[in-house]
Design a protein around this ligand. Structure first.
Ligand code: HSE
Length: 396
């Protein structure tokens, strides 16, 4: 099988390294050698061990020998146009590009199906963690009830470095960039957009209809203070950036925000670049997936897994699919009841039956509320004349 790689950045070079160094073992597994015929990148790599670089996409598109293309360019442009052309030319495409899958996955999966090839994206969610294939295959006998995930390695790394090593946000972010975890523009990590795209992909796969990432309510970690973390810790919780989706009677809920996780929930102990995804299926109950969510070789490992799967199924479309959703399918989170962590100044007097737990340090109070909608909580605090310094949801 002759393949091409589009984009020779962190993931692309990792894929090159695994395919080159592991060629014999891969060939044994699929009874066929996998050879890189082209690497597309606009930059020059004079010192690379690979000598098959091209700057012209048409070299790949027009070469009938190339049956599979790895798209690890990132972004939607020109990745979207290239992917459409490749699938239409009956070439399989494997990607780690969550932005593209979240935005155009429905259309690209349809084109792949129409051309009897595959569009695979195991590396787009959870880096090296197998999660797409388990959802499609191993858990397919279940109705998926909900998925809760720590889906961004960069933010989890930053939060862990801040909490455990006392590093500043900027120092921690620099570490994530140096390790190749962060997006080119780390705003997508820290503002939750990356988690949002991954949540959209998981929700679309799990529930079978497209969840539009642009409509998912999303909040990142930039407003989380060390004071939130310390008070939450005293109350018995960790704070994590969570992407969640849940099936309801008339549609699905999906949301991305920092959440308090009780210390006895497995998601609470997931630190550094690691991601954790908890899937609840109707028959299996909770299943937990854990591993490295970003970085060169973990992500490349998932890409190579897809390549191997395609070599095994190269003559057919394996049926990865979701359909367009009807208007109103994505439900309004404002209607959902939750418990909350509220941080207030110790100068504010607060009491009431809605307070389930309360703890104070020298200057501030952290409390946990009973379940209610966020609107009701805000109205209640207003009535009591209390100014909330933070309001953070508790995971259910
Ligand atoms: N920037 C992403 C992360 C890379 O930190 O998780 C993997 O998708």
């Amino acid at each position: 099988m002759k393949i091409a790689i589009m984009g020779f950045g962190v993931v692309g070079s990792g894929v090159g390294e695994i395919i080159k160094n592991n060629a014999e073992s891969i060939a044994e597994k699929v009874s066929e050698s996998v050879e890189i015929k082209y690497i597309l990148d606009l930059r020059d790599f004079p010192d690379s061990e690979f000598k098959c670089f091209t700057k012209d996409f048409n070299d790949i598109l027009n070469d009938d020998e190339v049956k599979l293309v790895v798209e690890v360019m990132g972004g939607t442009n020109p990745a979207y146009t290239f992917t459409k052309q490749l699938l239409s030319a009956k070439k399989h495409v494997v990607t780690s590009n969550k932005e593209l899958v979240a935005k155009h996955g429905t259309e690209l999966l349809e084109i792949a199906k129409a051309n009897s090839v595959n569009y695979m994206f195991e590396a787009s969610v959870g880096g090296g963690i197998p999660i797409i294939r388990p959802l499609i295959n191993c858990l397919a006998g279940n109705e998926i009830n909900n998925i809760k995930g720590i889906l961004n390695g960069t933010t989890n790394y930053i939060l862990t470095q801040m909490i455990s090593c006392g590093k500043s946000f900027d120092e921690a972010l620099k570490g994530a960039q140096e390790n190749g975890y962060a997006e080119k523009d780390p705003t997508a990590d820290v503002e939750g957009h990356d988690t949002c795209r991954k949540t959209a992909i998981l929700a679309s796969l799990a529930f079978g209809k497209e969840v539009d990432s642009e409509k998912i309510q999303t909040e990142g970690i930039t407003k989380i203070t060390l004071s939130d973390v310390a008070l939450a810790n005293k109350l018995g919780y960790s704070i994590k950036l969570i992407g969640l989706c849940e099936k309801a009677e008339n549609g699905v809920y999906a949301e991305v925000c920092p959440m308090l996780i009780p210390k006895d929930n497995m998601l609470s102990g997931i630190d550094d670049v690691f991601n954790g995804i908890m899937v609840n299926g109707s028959f299996v109950g909770d299943v937990m997936f854990y591993g490295r969510g970003a970085g060169m070789l973990p992500t490349a490992s998932a890409v190579v897994g897809d390549i191997i799967d395609i070599v095994r199924h190269k003559d057919k479309n394996v049926g990865i699919m979701w359909t367009k959703a009807e208007e109103g399918y994505l439900l309004d989170n404002a209607e959902r009841k939750n418990s909350y962590f509220v941080r207030i100044s110790s100068n504010d007097e607060i009491s009431g039956e809605f307070i389930v737990k309360k703890i104070a340090n020298d200057t501030e109070i952290g409390l946990i509320t009973s379940e209610m909608t966020e609107t009701k909580l805000k109205d209640m605090l207003k009535e009591k004349g209390v100014n909330a310094l933070s309001i953070i949801k508790l995971v259910k």
